[in-house]
Design a protein around this ligand. Structure first.
Ligand code: AMP
Ligand code: ZN
Length: 112
């Protein structure tokens, strides 16, 4: 189920909670992770609230594909094009914010 009420990332998209914006278009919003796990750690979220990437794959595969394009472009602009793309999906996998988001990790040689 999708519930955007009280959702942190919906508030960030709306500008109600401050963030360091990296990129924005009609479909997605990208911003710096507040607790970076790599030299460059950007979150890309669909503007429309969906709880996880599994839901996004069901409802809007076009936006999911677009997130990969945006990740690629960030990694080209901020580093040499190499990047790790992570979607924690479900609490057991470490998802803590239940608005779909891609972690883009780049900017350096990453640990395993
Ligand atoms: P996940 O554990 O996959 O749900 O990822 C949630 C991510 O959101 C974590 O990497 C947090 O550091 C990040 N985060 C939490 N609050 C904020 C915030 N206000 N601004 C930017 N990133 C945040
Ligand atoms: Zn949301």
């Amino acid at each position: 189920m999708s519930d955007s009420e009280g959702c942190l990332f919906c508030s960030i998209v709306k500008g109600e909670v401050p963030s360091t914006k990296v990129y924005e278009d009609e479909q997605v919003f990208a911003f710096e992770d507040i607790a970076p796990k790599a030299k460059v750690h950007v979150l890309i979220v669909p503007k429309k609230h969906v709880a996880s990437v599994a839901e996004l794959a069901d409802s809007d595969s076009r936006t999911l594909a677009h997130i990969v394009d945006v990740a690629r472009d960030i990694a080209r602009e901020r580093y040499n094009g190499s990047f790790r793309l992570v979607f924690n999906t479900g609490a057991d996998a470490g998802q803590t914010v239940f608005h779909a988001h891609a972690h883009v990790l780049t900017g350096e040689v990453l640990d395993e």
